[in-house]
Design a protein around this ligand. Structure first.
Ligand code: FAD
Length: 614
């Protein structure tokens, strides 16, 4: 409930929204806030700006300061770079929501679909330092005061989802719960790519999009992607949550950030002798719940009657009918009690989503990872960029706590891919870059990623110390471009896009656009996308054509190429948020102007000048 001093109804609605502790309440209070401020949440383009304008409340302002700082990063080009893109994100788990936030910052229209109605996962996630920093930047502490207090480096999945849901909504993301994605519907007639949903009558069923991001969790493989299986020796995980009453006695009990058998033989031997429980490792985090996760040996589970019958196939072995749930509860309880030295006196199970004791047993013998992280599909001339993030891309090995860290890294990489897509980078290059970054992902550790967390952005180079975004080349990802070759317009587009990629020629439309907007300027004659730009006058002319007040053409001298280039670069960066792609002297002197860099630069300029202002 709102605090007593919040007499202004919109302030009270904001307080309720910030404090809401269930998915349903977040959505309810968000709707109330929108009502109070007469805001249309579907007006994604200006939603956040209007919200800031209309909610004149000091507590909200502290949050805006944080979000504005993130949004001001040049990568987002003031939210214009993806202003023409429409993105569907499958899954409101932590990675789906984190990706949605980045796509919204890039200016895209973003719709998230989640089949569950509530956020009920008590399990606790270990956070790498960069994820803590990232979440702080998004205002996590404002939504959840206890966020990573002191040396804490974990959070429940539920709480993490709530934080990210709130940020998403504030940034204009549409989040629909209780709706299941059942597949993609190919374009037909006037319609572009759409999704088959359950219920079919859901309003999001009419949403047409050009970007589809799957964050559906482990083992969810959207059509067109393949998973690789990494099979290890049989590994049976058990997770359990107990009620945390936050008493002084509970506060005294030390966490176990990970004890593995090889490092503490005596502990595991004593556990076995005293209780008959045989474990490989155990972790205990004190969070909203007392959370334990352990790997148990099959023999002891059979002996303790948790597993009824032995099977060599892990699926059969752990099938619900072969598990005695009560015996499992005893097993988990006794392991938790012993490992905390009996100091957690009253171990009462927390309830799971079904209202039952929150104990689960699962098999992680097989880890799955997608063979590739991205695809482009084209049907009837309509292209769809597809990407995977989170567990859907790489299933994490939970004892290392890689899930959220690598999940967020992939979210950022994916946002970078969508950015390139929005900038009109040829699609094979978009795919090649994404796959190059994906190669690095599974080797990332807190040690080998950049320690400069404050400078982390969606650009992979800001995070991975050793990444070569050209390690995979366009011709190596041809198979990730799936086009209906029978369609005449697709054939034509396919041919022209290959030509654009492979012959190094093309880009006629861009050239024509540049010519059209620079004709008539003295000493400017745009014949190509390289040498014609050397003197800097053509760039200045482009700026002058669209924003005459920014540049005085009569003061420029054709022979001062470096100066002209520098002037144009600075104006484009300052006014349009487009960072230069080469130095002023490189463009002026070398005669070796990199065509692709120029194409990317000019494409961004074209976009910035032609996209309607937000
Ligand atoms: P999920 O959280 O699985 O979210 C996917 C979402 O998609 C779900 O909400 C689901 O309902 C929705 N969805 C699926 N299909 C559809 C559909 N067809 N339509 C609509 N919605 C759909 N990670 C760590 O970093 N540290 C840890 O300590 C850690 N411990 C773990 C312990 C255990 C026992 C397990 C199992 C995992 C652990 N992880 C840990 C991993 C962590 O839980 C995941 O990495 C994280 O939740 C993944 O987020 P996600 O968004 O990719 O997927």
């Amino acid at each position: 409930m709102a605090s007593q001093d919040s007499e202004n109804p919109s302030h009270a609605a904001f307080e309720d929204f910030v404090q809401a502790q269930t998915c349903k309440d977040v959505k309810h209070h968000f709707a109330e806030l929108c009502k109070q401020l007469e805001l249309n949440p579907k007006d994604f383009r200006s939603f956040y700006a209007k919200l800031k304008e209309r909610l004149n409340y000091w507590k909200a302002k502290a949050l805006w300061t944080k979000l504005d700082k993130r949004a001001a990063h040049p990568d987002y080009q003031q939210g214009k770079v993806c202003a023409k893109n429409k993105c569907l994100v499958l899954g409101a788990g932590p990675c789906g929501l984190r990706t949605a936030i980045e796509l919204a910052l890039l200016g895209a229209q973003v719709v998230v679909l989640e089949k569950r109605e509530s956020f009920s996962r008590n399990n606790v996630l270990h956070l790498w330092p960069f994820t803590i920093c990232d979440l702080r930047v998004l205002g996590a502490k404002k939504f959840y005061g206890k966020f990573c207090c002191g040396s804490l480096d974990h959070i429940s999945i539920r709480q993490l989802q709530l934080i990210l849901l709130k940020v998403s909504l504030l940034l204009g993301v549409e989040v629909h719960t209780g709706v299941e994605f059942q597949g993609l519907i190919e374009p037909s007639g006037e319609n572009g790519w759409m999704a088959k949903l359950n219920p079919g009558s859901h309003p999001a069923a009419s949403f047409q999009f050009d970007v589809f991001i799957s964050a559906g969790g482990g083992r969810f493989v959207p059509d067109g992607f393949k998973h690789k299986e990494l099979r290890g020796k049989l590994a049976i995980g058990i997770t359990t949550n107990f009620v945390n009453r936050n008493t002084a006695a509970e506060a005294q009990v030390a966490e176990i950030s990970g004890v593995a058998r090889i490092y503490n033989q005596k502990f595991f031997q004593d556990l076995l002798t005293e209780t008959g429980i045989d474990l490989e490792n155990i972790v205990y985090y004190k969070d909203e719940t007392h959370y334990f996760v352990m790997t148990a040996k099959k023999k002891s589970l059979l002996k303790k009657g948790v597993i009824k019958q032995d099977y060599s196939d892990a699926e059969e072995l752990l099938a619900p009918a072969n598990v005695d749930h009560e015996a499992l509860c005893h097993y988990a309880h006794d392991a938790a009690y012993f490992s905390t030295g009996g100091k957690l006196p009253d171990l009462e199970f927390e309830k799971n989503h079904a209202g039952k004791a929150d104990v689960a047993m699962f098999d992680f013998t097989c880890m799955h990872r997608a063979e590739n992280a991205s695809l482009v599909r084209e049907r009837k001339g309509k292209k769809l960029l597809m990407g995977l993030v989170g567990d859907c891309l790489v299933e994490p090995f939970w004892p290392l706590g890689t899930g959220i860290a690598r999940g967020f890294l992939a979210s950022f990489d994916t946002a970078w891919m969508v950015r390139s897509w929005g900038m009109g980078v040829p699609h094979l290059k978009v795919l090649a870059e994404r796959e190059s970054a994906y190669q690095v992902l599974s080797q990332t550790t807190p040690e080998n990623t950049s320690k400069n967390y404050a400078s982390y952005s969606i650009n992979p180079k800001s995070r991975y110390t050793r990444v070569n975004l050209s390690s995979i080349l366009s011709h190596q990802v041809q198979h990730l471009y799936d086009v209906d070759k029978s369609h005449p317009s697709s054939k034509k587009q396919n041919k022209s896009s290959c030509m654009r990629q492979d012959s190094g020629g093309g880009f006629e439309e861009l050239l024509k656009w540049c010519q059209k907007h620079t004709t008539g300027y003295k000493n400017v004659n745009v014949k190509d996308l390289t040498q014609s730009w050397r003197s800097g006058l053509a760039l200045c002319a482009l700026i002058h054509h669209f924003r005459p007040q920014l540049i005085d053409m009569s003061s420029l001298d054709e022979s001062s190429a470096v100066h002209n280039n520098q002037l144009a670069f600075s104006i484009l960066e300052k006014e349009l948020g487009i960072p230069p792609v080469m130095s002023a002297s490189d463009l002026a002197n070398t005669g070796q102007i990199d065509k692709l860099s120029m194409v990317l630069y000019l494409t961004q300029i074209q976009k910035a000048f032609t996209v309607p202002a937000k």
